[in-house]
Design a protein around this ligand. Structure first.
Ligand code: NAD
Length: 328
């Protein structure tokens, strides 16, 4: 039996396509399945990344890829039923805010067993996932939640940084994202708009593309966010590192320039056992894209999930509970 981990990607927009490109040269994982809202594709021998990306961008769905693509209004359910997959990366929009929990219920009801990884952002969305803990465990699923960049890589970095301290006083996450155009990451940008004053998830979801563009015209393409509802707070509280009100997340997104408007970093301040107050700072390289910092950790955690599952460990774990393993 092969040790190659068979991977599926649900959602084939900005992050789903980046995930496919990132996996292409890997030897330990093989992308065999992908779904978008109009279709899916499955080939146990592995997907042709370029064909999937160009077909999706030209025709709107991987379901149009010759031979292996299937058009479907129930692509996720069909893929779960038809594909042999060890782990799925859920690169889906969480719009409405209950969508990811609904997809999780779909996996539980189907009887599928394997590893799920998400890059979920909102605290309230992760609370819904965590409320399914017993069902996920009993279904034989190992679910890694909050495994993107923030939450994800930066939350895990905070969990490591906490080790120097007897008491953690604050965790401050500041992200800078630069993308050339907002259409490449529609869900990410709508979900960010939902954090702006005067907006919420339902309002952002209901906005037409033209309305999003008009809003971005007003702000010169910049979205500045403070005190966001981000699940890093819940994850660090659950890991016993600090209380959620000690965690803050904010950032700046430039939707018209791939250069980051500021360096993404996490600062953790605490008191050592000798009574010294200090701050650890972990800063991401400016050249690393959002896609690299989300998809890299997502598959690192997928590998960790497979490792846990081989030991019979099912249930829900966050990025702050576990270290991501490195995918070769
Ligand atoms: P996107 O809008 O570019 O793509 C979404 C994809 O999902 C599309 O292919 C669409 O067809 C598909 N889809 C939508 N509804 C579907 C359905 N019912 N069934 C099957 N497929 C469906 O999205 P994106 O910008 O790549 O963002 C994906 C998610 O990643 C968002 O929820 C975003 O918040 C999250 N994200 C997390 C982080 C992090 O650091 N944690 C960072 C960035 C983005």
């Amino acid at each position: 039996m092969s040790n190659i981990i068979r991977v599926g990607v649900l959602g084939f927009g900005g992050l789903g396509q980046a995930a496919a490109r990132l996996l292409a040269p890997k030897s330990e994982m093989r992308l065999v399945a992908a779904a978008d809202h109009k279709g899916y594709i499955y080939n146990p021998e592995g997907l042709d990344t370029q064909a999937c990306i160009s077909t999706y961008n030209q025709q709107g769905s991987v379901g149009h890829v010759p031979e292996y693509g299937v058009l479907s209004q129930t692509s996720i359910a069909d893929l779960i039923a038809n594909a042999q997959v060890d782990g799925f990366f859920l690169a889906l929009p969480n719009l409405p805010n209950t969508f990811m929990a609904d997809v999780t219920r779909q996996f539980i009801a189907s009887g599928w067993q394997g590893v799920l990884v998400d890059a979920l952002k909102r605290t309230s969305a992760m609370e819904q996932i965590l409320s399914l803990k017993d069902e996920v465990k009993n279904a034989g699923i190992t679910y890694m939640t909050g495994c993107g960049a923030t939450p994800g890589l930066l939350t895990a970095a905070a969990a490591i940084a906490a080790q120097s301290y007897a008491e953690v006083h604050s965790v401050k996450i500041t992200f800078g994202v630069g993308i050339a155009n907002w259409e490449a990451y529609r869900a990410t940008i709508r979900e960010d708009i939902a954090h702006m004053p005067g907006y919420d998830v339902d309002k952002a979801r209901a906005m037409s593309d033209a309305e999003v563009e008009a809003l971005l015209d007003e702000t010169n393409g910049i979205i500045s966010l403070e005190n966001m509802e981000h699940a890093d707070d819940l994850m660090l509280e659950l890991a016993g590192i600090c209380s959620r009100d000690q965690v803050s997340v904010g950032g700046v997104v430039d939707t018209r320039n791939p250069k980051k408007p500021l360096s993404t970093n996490v600062q953790l301040t605490g008191r050592t056992f000798e009574g010294k107050i200090a701050t650890h700072t972990f800063t991401l390289g400016d050249e690393t894209s959002m896609a690299a910092n989300v998809c890299g950790p997502a598959f690192g955690y997928l590998k960790t999930g497979v490792w846990l599952q081989k030991q019979g460990l099912t249930g829900i774990f966050t990025a702050a509970d576990m270290m991501p393993q490195f995918v070769k």
